[in-house]
Design a protein around this ligand. Sequence first.
Ligand SMILES: [Zn+2]
Length: 327
Amino acid sequence: MSTPFTILINGSRLLLVFLMGLAVLVLYWSIGEFRKEALIVFLDVGDGKAIAVRAPSGQTLLVDAGSANYGPGVGAETLALRRILPTLRSLGFHRLSVVLVTHPHQDHYNAVPFLIKEWTPVLFFRPPYTVREPRYLSVLERLQALPTRIIPFFRGQRLWLDSNRGLYADVVFPERKPFFLPREQEVNEASAVLRIVYGKVRVLLTGDAGKKAQGCLLAKGENLRADILDVPHHGSRHNLEDFLRAVQPRVAVISASGRTPNGPPDEKVVAFLKNIGSQVWITGLMGTLVVRTDGERVKLNAEGIAGRKPVDRLDLARSLRSDVSGR
Ligand SMILES: [Zn+2]
């Protein structure tokens, strides 16, 4: 016969078993949620661009990595090895599966040679046109010495980063037809434009696509709508209002220091984005932006890039909602 004491013991055991069961369930659920989580990281690289994607499968995509001006005494090697790599490692990146440079301008690729020395990519997407820029050609030479497959990017390609969970990147620009670009400024207009899709969430990456390229996409009737937009050309004046309106992003990320006199972003572009209801994030002023999504919900966090002060979180709370889902 049980005494009140043993009943109490049995009751405590029951409670313990219940709590342990609950903990296992919570752990199982959290691991499941974690396994669904994709990361899109807009790195603060000063006046340049670097965007990294990690699928739940662990496959990764790096779109651009370079800067024209990160800070005094910081060269491309320091940027790559002391800033970009530690930041990505701390966010759970362990490799670079695919690297794509949107166009051969230094502020988009000068950190790439140092990154690929650490993490050899399986695939490298190159522009589908002839490039005469010697520094860029030396990057290609380095890649050719690696077991990396090098292929041109062009509209119509789909890169699956996680086929089980349905995460992919579509190249929406430029067209396949190879062409030669004699004038340096035209290179921007042939920037790769990528749409990353994960469930209901869409992210549009645009390199330095200018008004010509944006007009071309509008003329094609491309569905440009995206939750998050990597604003073309660092938010400079080379942005079409019609293009920004067609994207109608909840969050507009501008990769720029925001501190260079007469440099981007352009005030009118920022004001226009705010007018259409976008939250504007300037990486150089607000820090590295980490987007976490399960394909339904989107969560945003600021991270201080390695070696640089973290962002003032109070400013952040004022300037950005934490959830952009539910459109
Ligand atoms: Zn640029």
